[in-house]
Design a protein around this ligand. Structure first.
Ligand SMILES: [Zn+2]
Length: 325
């Protein structure tokens, strides 16, 4: 890979998934072009300093596996600038402020699904949260009793994870044929060499184990660019999956499956029964009785020794305890 823009970018000469050199250009404009410049200024709130105006933001699509990828990608030096200075990583408190009940339910549903899938006691299920961030997913899996490890690059996030008892492992420390489940959330779109990582992770899961990949879907953005190659016509949501310098691999379902195939992984499509039941257990007789029955019972027969108590406002001098005085 050749270097450009004073060593801040390098050129990917072939598809980062299948390594084919056959590709069509979907879009190309130098970073100095108004449309790209505007995006960079807005997205990074004026903190970005691009000293590579002549280098193009170029999106190509592999003719073999259909993966869309940015041809010029940041080197380590530029990555450090982007993630430390241009767009400082949010704190854990900021993330907690962003997550609501639905978000935690979503995480819980994923963990419940995987425990149900393997039909093992949670403590027998070994999971890895790869690129765990502030360890929200890992914490949920820990709460359900799974055997949880995690990998991450950011030093402060690693320190936090270790403080809550997460088993933190470097990429080269991951045991082979070990994990039942590996979670990757918003990881593969950022990698210069996604093929290398998936090949590695595929050998870290045991036979029958699952690798979960969740990445932005770029289908709509790519369709729109193909019909009208004008970056400025894209909405904020349409730019996100193909975001210059950050989302350097832009997946569709087809190219994601192709990535997994190169690592020998086959698509698993869980039944509706497993998906619904995994999130609550309510499709099984015993689960339904517990879920529906327990709430019904508590509502109809509130006079049990399970009760919620609420503190209410009291008038001065009022006591909740009756005395004989
Ligand atoms: Zn390819």
């Amino acid at each position: 890979m050749s270097q450009h823009g004073e060593g801040l970018l390098r050129r990917r000469d072939r598809c980062p998934n299948c390594h084919s050199t056959l590709a069509t250009s979907l879009y190309s404009a130098p970073y100095s072009a108004a449309s790209i410049r505007n995006y960079i200024d807005t997205h990074y709130k004026g903190r970005a300093s691009c000293h590579f105006e002549d280098v193009p933001y170029e999106l190509a699509r592999c003719s073999n596996c259909s993966l869309a990828y940015q041809v010029y990608v940041p080197t380590e030096i530029l990555l450090a600038d982007i993630y430390d200075a241009w767009m400082p990583r949010g704190s854990r408190e900021e993330l907690r402020g962003d997550l609501n009940l639905d978000d935690y339910r979503y995480l819980a549903n994923e963990v419940q699904f995987l425990i149900q899938h393997f039909r093992l006691h949670p403590k027998q299920i070994s999971v890895l949260d790869f690129g765990f961030g502030w360890a929200e997913w890992a914490r949920m899996a820990m709460a359900y009793g799974c055997d949880v490890s995690g990998s991450e690059l950011s030093r402060d996030r690693i320190e936090y994870a270790e403080s809550i008892g997460l088993n933190v492992l470097a990429v080269d420390q991951l045991p082979a044929n070990h994990f039942h489940f590996i979670n990757t959330e918003q990881v593969f779109e950022h990698l210069v060499d996604p093929n290398h990582l998936i090949a590695h992770l595929a050998t870290r899961i045991r036979v029958g184990g699952i690798l979960k990949i969740s990445v932005p879907d770029s289908s709509r953005s790519l369709r729109k660019l193909a019909s009208n190659p004008d970056f400025s016509s894209l909405s904020r949501d349409e730019i996100m999956p193909i975001a210059p310098l950050e989302h350097i691999n832009s997946f569709t379902h087809k190219s994601l499956v192709a990535l997994a195939h190169t690592a020998g992984l086959k698509r698993l499509r869980p039944s509706l029964y497993k998906l619904y039941n995994g999130s609550s257990g309510w499709l099984e007789v015993s689960g339904a009785i517990k879920l529906i029955g327990r709430h019904l019972y508590r509502h109809i027969f509130p006079k049990s020794t399970f009760a919620y108590f609420v503190r209410t406002l009291r008038k001065e001098g009022e006591s909740g305890v009756k005395t004989n005085a």
